[in-house]
Design a protein around this ligand. Structure first.
Ligand SMILES: CC(C)(COP(=O)(O)OP(=O)(O)OC[C@H]1O[C@@H](n2cnc3c(N)ncnc32)[C@H](O)[C@@H]1OP(=O)(O)O)[C@@H](O)C(=O)NCCC(=O)NCCS
Length: 387
């Protein structure tokens, strides 16, 4: 797979390579454990032909999930294959559903006859702890390959070597950014602006020193702690979907993921889109804001307002020709609407039906004169990645 990926990338540089493994395998840096006879799925040693730096994502499926996936492949597609194929099918099918329009190729390396006495044997299956209930229908994101895996799990490998991933983990991607030696310290806060330049809607909360930190499409580990209340999660895509889309964007230079840093801690996240990356409802002279979230433990402190101010300031300082910031908000999202109203957004009168229901389009003006001048310093991304 690594060799195939390497060759294909010569003509398809945007190709995404996804590895599938099982939790007790050491292939992607997990501690070794008892491997059930899964043919060539998983390994107790790392073979020299495994080039980790080719892989964008790694998924781990438990034994029960792998067996369930193998039976699905047989039942749904009429393909009598082995467990490695089943696992690849499960992940490829999920990925394909998340990325409509993308071509997905799954490598099915084993057929079913070798597994008549295991994966295809009811007696053997019933001895598997947890069978027949697969733990998860969707992967859960992990912050590190060594995390405790309770079911189907996903890690943004980011085309790094094993050493790069683990040297990062010695000093893990922390939410306490300014203590990281890799960080640039050139943060200027909106709170440090002279008072007379404050905008309407600016938080009156204490000086909490907010800043933006630009992220790469592989930096999802920095924001996975930003979880939401159950009823809020309906209004934004899960972060693994947002980052997966960023990594697969046809216009990567025109989508800008940011985290919001307050007192050296990441409290929120949003994405700005421009030009060819704009959604269909946005005019070409606008920038749009997407996936705004403040982690639930940080909400109610004025950080949402600070995030919107920072977005406007970034645009005012970096995109002089752009005169408006636009976004779509769910008609039922009372909290967000209130936030936008207080932050000088106004209704455009346009609505559209999006993946999260009926959305109203709002906009606010960008006044370059209200920016902080000709520079806007950001914390820089810390995770090395290969484009
Ligand atoms: C919407 C969201 C970003 C607000 O973040 P926040 O940090 O809590 O917002 P702030 O503390 O800056 O509050 C700003 C304003 O929002 C409104 N607001 C905040 N909490 C509220 C609540 N529980 N009920 C109603 N309005 C509320 C208030 O008007 C508040 O201003 P005020 O404190 O002066 O009254 C956050 O709730 C969130 O992440 N929600 C889930 C994801 C989401 O819906 N994103 C928007 C997609 S369009």
């Amino acid at each position: 797979m690594c060799g195939t990926t390497r060759v294909l990338r010569a003509t398809l540089p945007e190709l995404q390579a996804i590895g599938v493994d099982t939790p007790n395998s050491v292939l992607f840096g997990r501690p070794s454990g008892k491997l059930i006879d899964f043919g060539n799925l998983g390994g107790e040693i790392v073979p020299s032909n495994l080039d980790h730096s080719q892989l964008d994502e790694i998924h781990w499926l438990t034994c029960v999930e792998v067996c369930d996936a193998t039976h699905r492949l047989h039942r749904d597609q009429g393909l009598f294959m082995g467990p490695t194929s089943g696992a690849a099918y499960r992940v490829a099918n999920w990925w394909s559903n998340k990325h409509p329009g993308k071509k997905v190729v799954a490598i099915f390396p084993d057929e079913g006859h070798h597994y008549l006495e295991t994966v295809y044997d009811d007696g053997w299956l019933s001895s598997l702890p947890g069978w027949p209930d697969a733990a998860r229908q969707e992967p859960s994101t992990v912050n590190a390959p060594t995390d405790d895996l309770k079911g189907w799990s996903y890690y943004a490998w980011g085309r790094r070597t094993l050493e790069e991933v683990f040297s990062g983990l010695v000093d893990p991607p922390s939410t306490n950014l300014l203590e990281s030696p890799q960080r640039s310290m050139t943060v200027r806060s909106i709170a440090s602006r002279p008072k007379e330049r404050a905008e309407p809607g600016e938080s009156s909360k204490e000086d909490f020193n907010p800043a933006l930190m630009a992220l790469s499409p592989f930096d999802n580990a920095y924001v996975t702690h930003l979880d939401l209340e159950f009823e809020q999660a309906q209004f934004v895509d899960p972060l693994y979907v947002v980052f997966s889309e960023l990594r697969n964007s046809s216009n990567p230079d025109q989508e800008h993921p940011f985290s919001i840093v307050i007192r050296d801690e990441i409290v929120g996240f949003f994405v700005l889109r421009e030009k060819a990356a704009l959604p269909e409802w946005a005019p070409s002279d606008a920038i749009t804001l997407h996936s705004l979230r403040i982690g639930r433990s940080y909400q109610g402190n004025g950080y949402g307002k600070a995030a919107l101010l920072l977005a406007r300031e970034w645009i005012a300082a970096n995109r002089l020709c752009v005169k408006r910031l636009m976004l779509a908000v769910n008609a039922r999202n009372v909290k967000a609407r209130q936030l936008y109203r207080q932050s000088n957004f106004r209704e455009t009168g346009v609505s559209y039906c999006g993946p999260h229901g009926m959305q109203d389009i709002l906009e606010c003006e960008i006044d370059s004169g209200n920016g902080r001048g000709d520079t806007f310093d950001l914390l820089h991304k810390a995770v090395p990645y290969r484009s």
